[in-house]
Design a protein around this ligand. Structure first.
Ligand code: OGA
Ligand code: NI
Length: 356
């Protein structure tokens, strides 16, 4: 089997078309990764680029109504584009259960997993993917992911989700949605806009995407990438990670990379392109990447907080007051999103699409 997995077309067939994923590839006990997964030297993260003296802020949100907390959130969004929140009130079991569910899904036999490939999926609200956009990625990413789409009707949407993930994701969403609302409220208030209301909420957080990302053990971790350099296209992303580590964030005012050290019970929050655009660059959607591991598989569970597909995104009027020049034009979110998936990960390039 491994012999035949040298030819690029066979790899694509096995991993992508047949739905074995990188998980299936890693189970063939291959000694080295197929060429399709090998990054050019300039895209490999070596330890000399890692800035160990800096870290992203950790914010205790036990007192959401404290103006100082709001201030630290907006500052972190402006300076780092990334922060961790602790004391958010989600019981630890809820977090552990969702990570456990991610492991359980990827430990299912491939016959079960492949039922969720796009062409087999029982519903458009669940889909199994690999890499980023495997047919256009220049180098494939060492990850598989199961996508749960939620458009505000979770009970309906979740009917066809896998048994191993449904209850855990629903429970996790029940706890995270109020936190997402609070975060957006604070961040929008920081732009001097009106508070969130139901109408805004249904547009700005109208399409939540909960991924179970699985990064299998990799025989050549220094050559492969779990996720290449990119910024998220969401408003914000709420990420739950396990204790393996591997997420790196571009250092502010520099070229190095800061490791997002796993903190038990914390959620990692990052600003996505939509909020950078809406804020006319006041908040920053920072480049980040994920390395893979030679001894441990890793799971992470991001929730991408996306606006509805037909939402029109552009700098909000409040940030242009006093004659500030807009950096971005108005774009339809689905156009922006489709553009992101029409190419491989390429750092901060996506946002150029929205520039005037
Ligand atoms: C992403 C991402 C980070 C991680 O999926 O966009 O950046 O730690 N994931 O899995
Ligand atoms: Ni990301």
């Amino acid at each position: 089997m491994s012999e035949s997995l040298v030819e690029p077309q066979n790899v694509i067939d096995f991993v992508v078309n047949k739905g074995n994923g990188v998980k299936g590839l890693s189970q063939t006990n291959l000694k080295s990764i197929p060429e399709l997964y090998i990054n050019p030297p300039e895209e490999r993260l070596d330890q000399t680029q890692v800035v160990t003296k800096k870290s992203i802020p950790t914010i205790d949100v036990s007192k959401w109504d404290d103006p100082e907390i709001a201030d630290s959130i907006c500052k972190a969004a402006a300076q780092f584009g990334f922060f961790q929140i602790i004391n958010h009130g989600i019981p630890i079991e809820v977090l552990e259960n969702v990570k456990e569910a991610a492991h359980e899904f990827f430990e299912l036999p491939v016959e079960e997993r492949r039922k969720y490939l796009k062409e087999n999926s029982p519903s458009p609200t669940v889909e199994l993917m690999t890499s980023h956009s495997p047919l256009v990625d220049k180098v494939l990413e060492w990850k598989d992911y199961l996508i749960h789409y939620c458009d505000g009707q979770e009970i309906e949407d979740s009917k066809f989700w896998p048994h191993v993930s449904r209850d855990q994701v629903l429970e996790y969403l029940k706890w995270t949605k109020p936190i997402i609302k609070k975060l957006l409220n604070v961040l929008l208030k920081g732009l001097n806009t009106d508070e969130m209301n139901e109408a805004k909420e249904s547009i700005l957080m109208g399409k939540l995407v909960v991924d179970f990302i699985y990064y299998p053990v990799c025989p050549n971790p220094e050559l492969a990438a779990g996720v290449g350099r990119h910024s998220d296209v969401s408003l914000i992303t709420v990420l739950l990670q396990d204790d393996v580590g591997g997420l790196y964030v571009r250092e502010p005012e520099g070229n190095g990379w800061i490791h997002v050290t796993p903190v038990q019970g914390a959620l990692v929050i990052n600003i996505g392109d939509v909020l950078q655009i809406m804020s006319n660059d006041k908040y920053r959607s920072i480049e980040h990447r994920v390395t893979v591991n030679g001894t441990k598989s890793r799971v992470s569970v991001p929730i991408f907080v996306n606006p509805v597909p037909d939402a029109v995104i552009g700098p909000v009027p409040e940030v242009l007051e006093g004659g500030v020049k807009p950096i971005y034009k108005q774009v339809v979110y689905s156009d922006y999103f489709n553009y992101f998936f029409s190419k491989g990960h390429d750092g901060k390039e996506t946002i150029e699409y929205a520039k005037i």
